[in-house]
Design a protein around this ligand. Structure first.
Ligand code: TYD
Length: 137
């Protein structure tokens, strides 16, 4: 089964333009503890290359586009984020990489926890080892 799960946000648009509102308790499947965004990403730069032990995130490309790779240790998939009304749900224990940022890309991320470096797994082999241990438990 694909790991690519999008949340569709309603467009509250009128003749002045478009608006998306995201509220705690609606559509986002966790309590929102943090929001951050990546922008002005230098040409050719790729980011991410980590998984999180517990953290869940929803990534929304509110401007431009980038390509997200999700890897659960068994299946590696990639998907373009290029739509401000679609949020990609990233579960815990998923390796993620972000590539091919357009110069105007603004990638907004909604997160279930405050920033915590100890939640990161930055070594791919360690990620695979932890995945294996968890899958036999
Ligand atoms: P990092 O998670 O390494 O970026 P990415 O994985 O998207 O390439 O974060 C880059 C730097 O920003 C790092 O020094 C940690 C810091 N940071 C925070 O202080 N708070 C945050 O919420 C995030 C996401 C990063």
């Amino acid at each position: 089964m694909s790991q690519i799960k999008f949340i569709d946000f309603q467009i509250l648009g009128d003749d002045r333009g478009s608006l998306v509102a995201i509220e705690q308790g609606k559509l986002i499947p966790f309590e929102i503890k943090r929001i951050y965004y990546l922008y002005h990403t230098s040409e050719g730069v790729s980011r991410g290359f980590h998984a999180h032990r517990d953290l869940k995130q929803v990534a929304i490309c509110v401007s431009g586009k980038c390509r997200m790779v999700l890897d659960n240790g068994t299946v590696r998939e990639d998907v373009w984020l290029d739509c401000p009304t679609k949020g990609l749900l990233i579960e815990s224990m998923v390796w993620r990489e972000m590539h091919d940022f357009s110069p105007d890309c603004v990638l907004l991320v909604i997160a279930s926890q405050p920033y915590d470096e100890s939640d990161y797994i930055r070594d791919y082999r360690e990620f695979l080892t932890i995945q294996k241990v968890e899958s036999v438990q």
